[in-house]
Design a binder for this molecule. Structure first.
Ligand SMILES: [Zn+2]
Ligand SMILES: [Zn+2]
Length: 130
């Protein structure tokens, strides 16, 4: 594993919220160009170690966010679901994916082989609701 690869995995695993490539780049404690950061993130996703999704919010615009995969129920690493507050722009971790049964139902009903899905919810966090 290259230095960038292990460093980025560490940053993603320690993060309590999805991170943009720019903030991952800022978190690195050694010099590394952005091309390497993007290439490494692409590698991690292709090898099932990270997930990403694109989210639009009024504060940060349209941005791709990366997260580490987490230990799920089964033997494979599971992705997580996220809530994004549209007012204060913080993320809330909704935990590991629990949609396995729904995905199986879709596969049986439509004869499809589901390889991935992305779920994030947006709205108001408990603080901003009041
Ligand atoms: Zn909020
Ligand atoms: Zn899911």
């Amino acid at each position: 594993m290259t230095k960038a690869r292990s460093a980025i995995i560490e940053i993603l695993a320690a993060a309590r919220a999805p991170l943009s490539a720019a903030s991952i780049h800022e978190s690195l404690d050694f010099t590394c160009d952005t091309v390497t950061v993007y290439r490494t993130l692409h590698y991690l996703e292709a090898h099932g170690l990270a997930d990403s999704f694109i989210l639009h919010c009024s504060d940060h615009g349209t941005e791709r966010y990366y997260t580490a995969r987490a230990e799920g129920d089964g033997e494979s690493l599971s992705h997580r679901h996220w809530f994004h507050c549209e007012k204060c722009h913080r993320f809330i971790d909704l935990g590991a994916c629990t949609l396995e049964n729904l995905v199986r139902t879709y596969e049986n009903e439509y004869g499809i082989d589901v390889r991935s899905h992305t779920l994030y919810l947006t709205g108001l966090c408990p603080t901003c609701r009041h």
